[in-house]
Every structure is written in structure tokens, then in C-alpha cells.
Design a protein around this ligand. Sequence first.
Ligand code: FMN
Length: 151
Amino acid sequence: MTKVKIVFASITGNDEDIAYVLTEKFEKLGCDVDMSEVSQTDAADFEDSDICIVASYTYDQGIVPDEALDFYDDMKDLDLSGKVYGVCGSGDTFYEDFCRAVDEFGKVFDDVGATRGSEPVRVELDPEQDDIDHLDNFADEIYKKAREMDL
Ligand SMILES: Cc1cc2nc3c(=O)[nH]c(=O)nc-3n(C[C@H](O)[C@H](O)[C@H](O)COP(=O)(O)O)c2cc1C
């Protein structure tokens, strides 16, 4: 069974909602899914998974949320070659750097050898129906990529 690890960073619940949407979707696809909050998660958990997902909000201070900083730094020491990843998150287009943390996590995944399964999904505040459709498609593409890689 394909193993999926979903890690989220969320203060007001939007990214937690995104993580739930993805959990349900990957479960429907028949995957074994584990979801957890970033400050409660060991980055090395990604090494035990086939598909690695980060859903993070963005604040205009710091590259990634404060509580995600240790996790983000620890990710840089992993070898995630042979894994498929996806990054997504909620932001607010009011800010200049819309959803920047999503891109920062994507860069680290690229640096540690993971394969991008789908383009990032950026959600304006809380996920609405069209965002949920994008997230479903995101999960479908990532799952397809994992199957192509025999994961
Ligand atoms: C102080 C503050 C700074 C923020 N800075 C940014 C930003 O730079 N870029 C962005 O896209 N969103 C920014 N946001 C918006 C949040 O990312 C957005 O509200 C998001 O939905 C929060 O996700 P959560 O509900 O998972 O905590 C900011 C919000 C606050 C309150």
C-alpha cells in the first residue's frame, strides 16, 4: 500500500482543512495516510513514506512559519530520492509574497532529491469548492506519479 505522510502548519485552521481534504482523497485512492501538525512531527518521517506532502500557511516574517523552522531545517539533511512530493498551502493575496512558504518547502524537496508529483496548489484563505477540486487533482497527479515509480 502506498504510504502518504501529510504535514501541515496552521494557525487559524485553513491549512489543517487542506490537510484533511488531502487525507480523505488519498484514502479514497487506497493509500495508507498519516497526517500531523508540523511542530509535532519528525522530518525523518518522510523517509518512511512514499508520498510526502506539506501544507503550510505563509506569514510575512521568516521564510516558513516559526513553528515549522526546525522541521524545515531538518528536511535539508534528508535523502528523499525515490519519493514523490507535493506542496500546497493557504495565503492571502493581500500580501506581496503570496504563499511563499509553499515555494520554500518545494525548493527543499527539490534539493533533497524528491520528485515533484504535481504543481503546487495555492489557496486563497479557506479552501472553497474550486480549491477542493484543485486539491483532488493535485492528489490524483501525485498518486499517478508514485505509481509510475512503482511506489
Ligand atoms: C500577520 C500576518 C502576515 C501574513 N503574511 C502573509 C504573507 O506574507 N503571504 C501570504 O500569502 N499570506 C500571508 N498571511 C495570510 C495567511 O497566510 C492566511 O491567513 C492563511 O490562510 C493562514 O493559514 P492557517 O489558517 O492555516 O493558519 C498573513 C497573515 C497574517 C495574520
